[in-house]
Design a binder for this molecule. Structure first.
Ligand code: PHE
Length: 530
């Protein structure tokens, strides 16, 4: 496969687009409540450590693979293995087929079919199979339900600005939120049109292209996002009683921090950095050789963490100042936060809510754009579509698949035939279609994809060769200088000598051993084995 012709126009554009992908619902909706429940600042510390030992090495690996291959993940792995099967994939393929057969004995037909199909595909196609899964199938599944949440956010933004969110308690808020989530009678039109609007907006950006679409829009949307976030933080911390919220969010409580929190932190690190879904790899394939991958990854991680913490501050200062209960899950952002903003003195609830949901829409939109791009890139290469044709077709497909989540978010009520179909294979298909899709993608595919990428980079391509790619764009010798010497601001020339603690060695160790092992633990936790 020929390398991509399209490239980012500037380093800043790449950085903002990648940060736009990373900063999404995971930062604003999930991070704050997970932190609140898991010991505040203590959790933030664990989270930062897991981001540094799991997220950073993987992000560097994805960018390096993407840039070295210069093409979509579906072909990227293949370029290094010359399209041949490898012992790792042969072994895994056979192991999966055998476990598929075992599943038949255990009476789990769905797992059996999935494992058998995947095993056969893996044994026949090798790394291409993993590339297609990571770069096409997983983004498609995630996009289908992520777009639905994007639609809710758009509805909320409109409602806020037009005075439709004027409730003062989370109970009243439920009368707005529940009908939307459960796709109640009378909601169909707004649900479908907001969802369509959201998907169409992302498709329009991808339609225009990498440089003029994704890059330009990120350069406008990302600064806007931080401005809105800044305004909400200022509003929050200037309220009397805000400090209680800060205390809840950030005071370290090491007792609330269990072994579980570590695994939760790792799962969050994965999702929030958009790793293992082909996105970072695709964005890496548009990257010029002179860009410093390590520095860019650190910057993206920094911006992502900053957005998450700012969102937490904005949310919890207002919620606690208004003496509301910090709920968990979607209830926090769609019910408690709007109630709190409505109670803020000055009667400007519509404005604060409008700005908040505008910010959330932007965050979700830039992430959604990044999910769409790998699919469009794949369709143009695999089927020879033009970018325009591919963008329209992919958007329509994603929208239609998303309807299943839109109408199957709260329960299976609207989707009885689909429920029957899934329950034939998966007896415990979960409480709703939405749940099924999210569980499959977040708990199964992301960790397994991350594991595959780490193993590929560390062992199959090899960390030595990968490092060659990482070194391009890095100041010479930087990666081979003792970390302490580097942090102290010196170079190898001033402090020569062998060292074990160079960034290059630490990264290789991480990508070969530490990341894979930790990801396996996070996976076992996610699927309920640990
Ligand atoms: N990183 C995004 C977030 O934090 C989520 C996301 C997941 C984006 C998957 C793209 C793909 O919300």
């Amino acid at each position: 496969m020929e390398p991509n012709k399209e490239k980012w126009g500037s380093r800043l554009g790449f950085l903002l687009a990648t940060a736009g992908s990373a900063i999404g619902l995971g930062n604003i909706w999930r991070f704050p409540y997970v932190t609140g429940m898991n010991g505040g600042a203590a959790f933030v510390c664990v989270y930062i450590i897991s981001i540094l030992i799991v997220g950073l090495p993987l992000m560097i690996a994805e960018l390096a693979i993407g840039r070295a291959a210069g093409c979509h993940p579906a072909w990227a792995f293949d370029r290094f293995t010359a399209g041949k099967r490898t012992p790792v994939t042969d072994f895994l393929g056979v192991a999966m087929m055998l476990s598929g057969l075992l599943m038949v004995l255990f009476g789990r037909p769905g797992h059996a079919v999935l494992l058998l199909l995947f095993g056969i595909f893996l044994a026949l196609k090798g790394w291409k199979c993993i590339g297609v899964t990571v770069g096409v199938i997983v983004p498609f599944i995630i996009m289908s339900y992520y777009g639905v949440i994007g639609g809710w956010t758009v509805i909320y933004m409109f409602k806020a600005f037009t005075g439709g969110l004027e409730f003062a308690t989370p109970d009243q808020a439920a009368s707005v939120f529940t009908p939307i989530v459960s796709a109640a009678k009378g909601q169909e039109f707004s649900l479908c049109s907001a969802h369509a609007l959201f998907v169409a907006a992302a498709a329009a950006v991808v339609f225009v292209g990498v440089r003029n679409g994704i890059e330009k829009s990120s350069k406008i949307l990302m600064p806007l996002l931080f401005i809105l976030l800044g305004a909400l933080v200022l509003r929050g911390i200037s309220l009397p009683g805000a400090s209680k919220g800060l205390r809840f969010f950030l005071s370290p409580d090491f007792k609330a921090l269990g072994p579980e929190s570590v695994l939760i932190a790792m799962g969050q690190a994965f999702f929030t950095l958009s790793l293992a879904m082909g996105i970072t790899m695709t964005y890496g394939s548009y990257l010029r050789r002179d860009v410093n991958i390590v520095r860019s990854s650190l910057l993206v991680i920094g911006l992502d963490t900053l957005a998450a913490v700012l969102a937490g501050v904005a949310i919890f200062t207002s919620v606690f100042a208004m003496k509301l209960d910090p709920a968990q899950g979607p209830g926090l952002v769609y019910m408690v936060v709007p109630s709190a903003f409505n109670l803020v003195p000055g009667n400007l609830g519509w404005l604060w809510n409008g700005l908040f949901f505008m910010m959330l829409t932007i965050a979700a939109l830039t992430s959604f754009i990044s999910l769409l791009e790998p699919l469009v890139g794949y369709a143009t290469r695999q089927f020879g579509f033009s970018r325009h044709g591919a963008a329209v077709l992919t958007a329509v497909a994603v929208y239609l698949a998303g309807l299943l989540s839109a109408f199957g978010c709260a329960d299976w009520r609207h989707l009885r035939p689909v429920e029957k179909f899934f329950k034939m294979f998966f007896h415990d298909a979960g409480p709703s279609f939405f749940d099924l899709a999210d569980n499959f993608a977040s708990n199964w595919m992301l960790p397994l994809g991350g594991l595959a990428i780490a193993v590929f980079c560390g062992w199959v391509w090899g960390s030595k060769r990968a490092l060659k790619e990482v070194r391009r764009g890095t100041k010479s010798g930087r990666l081979d200088t003792n970390l302490l010497v580097l942090l102290a601001g010196f170079s190898n020339r001033e402090y020569p000598g062998q060292s074990l603690f160079t960034p290059a060695i630490l990264w290789s160790l991480a990508i070969r051993w530490i990341t894979p092992v930790l990801v396996i633990f996070a996976f076992l936790y996610g699927i309920g084995v640990l």
